[in-house]
Design a protein around this ligand. Structure first.
Ligand code: ARG
Length: 460
C-alpha cells in the first residue's frame, strides 16, 4: 500500500508488514484527542504566521466535520489506516484538499502520539478518580449503617480482637483515599504538553508551544524535546497507581469471597452480583469478586509489560513505543469496570449482625481486655498477660469462654479480680471501649466517616 510517508522509500510495503506495523485497531480510541490536538495545532500555526487565518479556518472546519462524523457514526475509521494520526490527516486532505497537507507543519507523529496519550489518559484519570469517589461514598454509607456490628478482627487470619464492621470498611476507605491522592499527583505529570517537540529536536519554525499547550488545558510544557517524544513515565506511573487500586480491590474481594461463604456467613452479596452454578442448585457464587481478584493479576501484567518495553530503549522515539498502548488501555478499562462493579456490590450487600457477633464470642477475643483489667487494678502488663494466658488455656481445656468462668475461679488466679470484670470482657464493650484515635469504637468510626466525607466534599 502506498503511504503518506512515501519518499525515500517507495512506501510500498508487504500486506503482512502493514498489518504488523498498524496500530489503528487500538489507537483509534484516541480519535477525539487526536482531532482536538490538531485543531489547537492549526490555531498555533496561524498565530505564529505559519499558515493564514483562512487556512486555519479551513483546517478547523474540516477537523470538526471529521470529529462529528466519527462521533455520530457516519464516518468509519478505516482498518487499513496505519494509525489514527494518518487516518485523520488523510481524511482531512480528502475533504479540504491541499490545505490539509499543511497541518503537519512543525509537528511529527512522535510528539503527536505523546500528546494524544496524555490527553486521553488525563481524561481517564479523572474518570477513574470519579469512580473511586463513588466507591468511597458507598463504603462510608455502609460503614455508617454497620458501625456497631461487632465482628472478629483478625491477625494471621486468627481471631484477634473484636472490631466493628464499620471500622473494617473504613480501613478500605483509607486505601482508596490514598489512591485518589496518588491519581491526582500522577495527573500533574500527565498534564505536561509534549507538542512542539516535533520529531525529537524541536523545530526551526517560530512556534509557540506555550500557546498550544494552553489551548489544550495543559499546566506546563515539557522542557526538553527529546524527553518530550520519548517519555512514557506517566503511563508507567498511572499503571502503578492502577495496580495499587487493583491490589486494594483484590484484598477486599478476597474477604468478601471468604465472608459470604458458609464458613463465615458474615455478609450476603446480592443476587445482582452473584451467579448460580449450572449443576449445583444450592450455589450462589461470588463471581464478580473473584473476577476482580483475577483481573488484578492481569493489570499487574500490564505494568510489567510497559516497564519491560521501555527498559533499555535508547532515546528518542522508537517504534517499540507503540507497544505502550494496549496494556495501558487494558488497565484503565479494567480498573474502571472493577470499581463500578464493587460500588454496586457494596451498595447491595448485607451484613449479618448475629453471625458476626457469634463468631466474635468464640476465640478469646477479649483476652487482651482481661489482661488490661488486671493492669487497671495495678498489675504490670507482662504479669497480667501471663495469668490471662493460663486462664485462657484452662478455658480451652474445659470448653468454656472467659465469660463462663466463675468469679471464684478468677480469684484463685489473682485477688485483683472482682465481679466488674464481666462488664469489661463483654465483647461489645471491648469494641466500644477502644476509643483511641482511629480505633474501633462507634464514636471513633463516626469520626473516621466524617473525615472521609469531608475529604470527598473537598474533592468536589
Ligand atoms: N502509531 C505510532 C505509535 O503509536 C505513532 C507514532 C509513529 N511515529 C513514527 N515515527 N513512526 O507510536
Amino acid at each position: 500500500m502506498s503511504k503518506l510517508w512515501a519518499g525515500r522509500t517507495a512506501g510500498i510495503t508487504e500486506k503482512l508488514a502493514d498489518d504488523f506495523n498498524s496500530s489503528i485497531s487500538f489507537d483509534s480510541r484516541m480519535y477525539k484527542q487526536d482531532i482536538e490536538g490538531s485543531i489547537a495545532h492549526a490555531a498555533m500555526l496561524s498565530k505564529a504566521g505559519i499558515i493564514t487565518p483562512e487556512e486555519k479556518e479551513e483546517l478547523t472546519e474540516g477537523l470538526k466535520g471529521i470529529l462529528s462524523d466519527l462521533s455520530d457514526g457516519s464516518l468509519e475509521i478505516s482498518p487499513d489506516a496505519e494509525d489514527i494520526h494518518m487516518f485523520v490527516e488523510e481524511e482531512l486532505t480528502k475533504r479540504i484538499g491541499d490545505t490539509g497537507k499543511k497541518l503537519h507543519t512543525a509537528r511529527s507523529r512522535n510528539d503527536q502520539v505523546a500528546l494524544d496519550m496524555r490527553l486521553y489518559l488525563r481524561e481517564k484519570t479523572d474518570i477513574i478518580s470519579g469512580e473511586i469517589k463513588d466507591l468511597l461514598e458507598a463504603l462510608t454509607d455502609k460503614a455508617e449503617e454497620y458501625k456497631d456490628f461487632v465482628m472478629p478482627g483478625y491477625t494471621h487470619l486468627q481471631r484477634a480482637q473484636p472490631v466493628t464492621f464499620g471500622h473494617y470498611l473504613m480501613a478500605y476507605a483509607q486505601m482508596f483515599i490514598r489512591d485518589m491522592q496518588r491519581l491526582s499527583d500522577c495527573r500533574k505529570r500527565i498534564n505536561v504538553s509534549p507538542i512542539g517537540s516535533c520529531a525529537l529536536a524541536g523545530t526551526t519554525y517560530d512556534t509557540d508551544r506555550f500557546f498550544e499547550a494552553g489551548l489544550l488545558g495543559f499546566d506546563s510544557v515539557c522542557d526538553n524535546s527529546m524527553d518530550g517524544v520519548s517519555d512514557r513515565d506517566f503511563c508507567v506511573e498511572l499503571l502503578s497507581v492502577i495496580s495499587m487500586i487493583m491490589m486494594h480491590l483484590s484484598r477486599l474481594a478476597e474477604e468478601f469471597i471468604l465472608w459470604s461463604g458458609l464458613e463465615f456467613r458474615f455478609i450476603e452479596l446480592s443476587d445482582g452480583y452473584t451467579t448460580g452454578s449450572s449443576i449445583m442448585p444450592q450455589k450462589r457464587n461470588p463471581d464478580m469478586a473473584e473476577l476482580v481478584r483475577g483481573k488484578s493479576g492481569r493489570v499487574f501484567g500490564d505494568l510489567m509489560g510497559i516497564l519491560t518495553v521501555f527498559k533499555g530503549l535508547p532515546l528518542s522515539y522508537n517504534k517499540d513505543m507503540q507497544e505502550d498502548k494496549e496494556g495501558v488501555f487494558d488497565a484503565v478499562d479494567t480498573v474502571e469496570m472493577c470499581l463500578k462493579i464493587f460500588k454496586g456490590m457494596i451498595r447491595t450487600m448485607k451484613a449479618n449482625r448475629e453471625n458476626m457477633a457469634s463468631a466474635a464470642k468464640e476465640g478469646f477475643l477479649n483476652a487482651t481486655d482481661l489482661a488490661d483489667y488486671l493492669v487497671s487494678k495495678g498489675m504490670p502488663f507482662r504479669s497480667a498477660y501471663k495469668i490471662c494466658g493460663e486462664i485462657t488455656a484452662r478455658c480451652i481445656e474445659e470448653g468454656k469462654t472467659l465469660e463462663d468462668l466463675d468469679i471464684n475461679v478468677y480469684k484463685g488466679y489473682s485477688p485483683l479480680f472482682d465481679e466488674d470484670l464481666y462488664g469489661v470482657i463483654d465483647i461489645k464493650a471491648c469494641a466500644e471501649r477502644r476509643t483511641s484515635y482511629g480505633g474501633t469504637s462507634v464514636g471513633s468510626v463516626e469520626l473516621q466517616i466524617k473525615k472521609v466525607r469531608d475529604f470527598l466534599s473537598d474533592a468536589g
